[in-house]
Each structure stands twice: as C-alpha cells, then as structure tokens.
Design a protein around this ligand. Structure first.
Ligand code: HSE
Length: 308
C-alpha cells in the first residue's frame, strides 16, 4: 500500500479579464509541490514549508484546512504529514493558495485509494482557498485541480464546464515586484454595478467563451476587457497600462491582470512576438527601477498530478 506521494499543482491565471471569479486556466509551470505521507496516528502535521513564510499551524494553512475538510466529509480520522514546497510566492496573482489546497486534497485522496473522483474534490479544495482569500471563488482552484480552462457557471450549486484548451497560445506572465493579497484586492471590487456595466461585462464574457470555442483570436482580443476588477485593481500594479500598450503593439491577442495581481498575463500567437514584448517590458520596468520577473508558458490541460 502506498504511504507517500508527491504531487504537483499548476500555477493558474484567474479571471482572464472579463471573467471575474468565473474563469481560469492552468499554466504549464508548477506552482506547488507537496509530499503527503501517512502517519501512524490521527494528526495532520505540516513538517516543512519551503519557498514562503507561511503558518505551519494546521488550522491556519490552506493545505491542511482543505485536507481536513475532505477527511471530515469522508468521516475519516487518518493522520498525514505534509511537506510543502511553494514554487511561486503567495501574493503573485498566480493561484498560490489554490494550488496548495488542490494539491493537498489530491494527495490525501490518492493515499486513501481514491474514494472520490478528482472532480469531487473541488468543494474541499475550495475550503482551503476560502480561508486564504476570505472569499469563495474557484476560478484558481478548479483549474489547479482539474487542469485546462474552466468556467464556473454557479457556486451554489457548484457547476462548471471546460473550454477547449488552446494549446497553440503562448502565455507570457510578468510579475512586478509588489505583493497584493487577494483578500485586500477583493475589498476594492465595487459592491454594486450599473446595468450598463453588467451588460458590457456579460457581453464580453459570452464573446470570450465563443472566441475560445471558435479560435477567433480577434474576438478574444475585443472581448477580454474587464469593467469590474481591472479599473480598480490596476492602480496597485506599477506600469500596468504601459505593459498593456507594449503587449498589444507586439501582437498580443489578450492581456489583463492575472487573478488579483500583481502578475499580468499576455497571450500571443508566436514565440517571436512574445520574446519582443518581454524584452520591451523588461526595459520599461528597468528604466522605472521596478524589479520584475517573467515566465513563459502554455495553457496546460493537466491539473494536479503525481510526480513521485
Ligand atoms: N477571482 C479571484 C479574484 C482570483 O480576482 O479575486 C484571485 O484568487
């Protein structure tokens, strides 16, 4: 019987412009690796955390909160050790806490010999993410767990579907070096919006979904604009408008805030455009004295997976 498993969970881009709390996709790059090991007693213990300063208290860490929620549901009193390795720092806008929650429930489910299907793990992973961000949203957690490009139709009841994975798209992510906590970025979102804004937003969202089905990249570019989160959150991201300008002048077919920021994602149709944009954005941030990091990726069909 297997007693130890190592899981990786992907980084994710949530919101995808006009899909606030509704759409997200998985990236090729892993955000989290977690080793889950059976214990002989009934405790959950976080043995180590690499890559971030996070609480090892089991009721203060998304991984163990999510795992406990799964165990409670299954009415099991099993013990597990967790070794957490964060490959992206929390507060990047790349779904760090979501990947942790997803990897933890996936790993525990594996060691329990899969009492639940992977899709059935979503509500328990959501418990962990809800603790981290003080809000229930699955647009990071669902693609971190299941992979691909996921649209949340409803949270109560939980209902979602997958869009075709546009594997030909090249993603560029730039992360200017500031930290934005999702819980704080959520506080900026207007509590009420006008019918005119809602109309613009749902028109764009419907159009964006259609664009991914038809691979109509002109339509994607026209529809990705966000009228709700982007206008209030972009103020927290240095150089945001300039990055967009550079992206679009180099053939980007979509650019917006990744999750709650500060990372910005850009979609391109070829490596050359992506590389030119990266160089220009790098030069811009350097001239402003703002440190930044880049990474290039594709959209990944894979969510959590066993790597050892
Ligand atoms: N949809 C979430 C938000 C993603 O924008 O707040 C961040 O976790």
């Amino acid at each position: 019987m297997r007693t130890r498993v190592k899981i990786s969970a992907p980084a994710t881009v949530a919101n995808v412009g006009c899909g606030y709390d509704t759409i997200g996709f998985a990236l090729d790059a892993a955000s989290e690796e977690i080793i889950v090991e059976r214990r002989n007693d009934h405790q959950l213990v976080i043995k180590s955390i690499l890559g971030a300063e996070l609480s090892q208290e089991v009721n203060q860490n998304v991984a163990t909160i999510a795992a406990q929620s799964l165990l409670d549901h299954l009415e099991l009193n099993e013990g597990f050790d967790f070794h957490i390795n964060k490959l992206f720092t929390p507060g990047s806008g790349l779904g760090s806490s979501a990947s942790s929650a997803a990897a933890a429930v996936f790993g525990v489910n594996q060691l329990l010999k899969q009492p639940l299907e992977v899709a059935e793990l979503l509500p328990f992973a959501l418990e962990g993410e809800a603790f981290a961000s003080k809000s229930v949203h699955a647009d990071n957690v669902a693609p971190a767990l299941l992979g691909g490009f996921i649209v949340m139709r409803s949270y109560d009841p939980l209902d979602y579907f997958s869009l075709p994975v546009a594997s030909e798209l090249k993603v560029l992510v730039v992360k200017p070096q500031v930290e934005i906590k999702t819980a704080e970025a959520k506080g900026l979102i207007p509590k009420e919006i006008t019918v005119e804004i809602a109309r613009n937003q749902w028109g764009n969202l419907a159009s964006l979904v259609h664009a991914f089905h038809t691979k109509d990249w002109k339509r994607l570019n026209d529809s990705i604009e966000d009228f709700i989160a982007e206008p209030v959150r972009k103020k927290l991201i240095p150089g945001y408008d300039k990055v967009k300008e550079i992206a679009f002048s180099n053939g980007s077919i979509g650019c917006n805030i990744s999750g709650s920021g500060p990372s910005i994602f850009m979609l391109f149709l070829n490596d050359e455009d992506r590389n030119v944009a990266e160089n220009q954005i790098h030069d811009h941030y350097e001239s402003e004295g703002i440190p930044c990091e880049f990474f290039s990726s594709g959209i990944s069909a894979a969510g959590c997976k066993i790597i050892e």
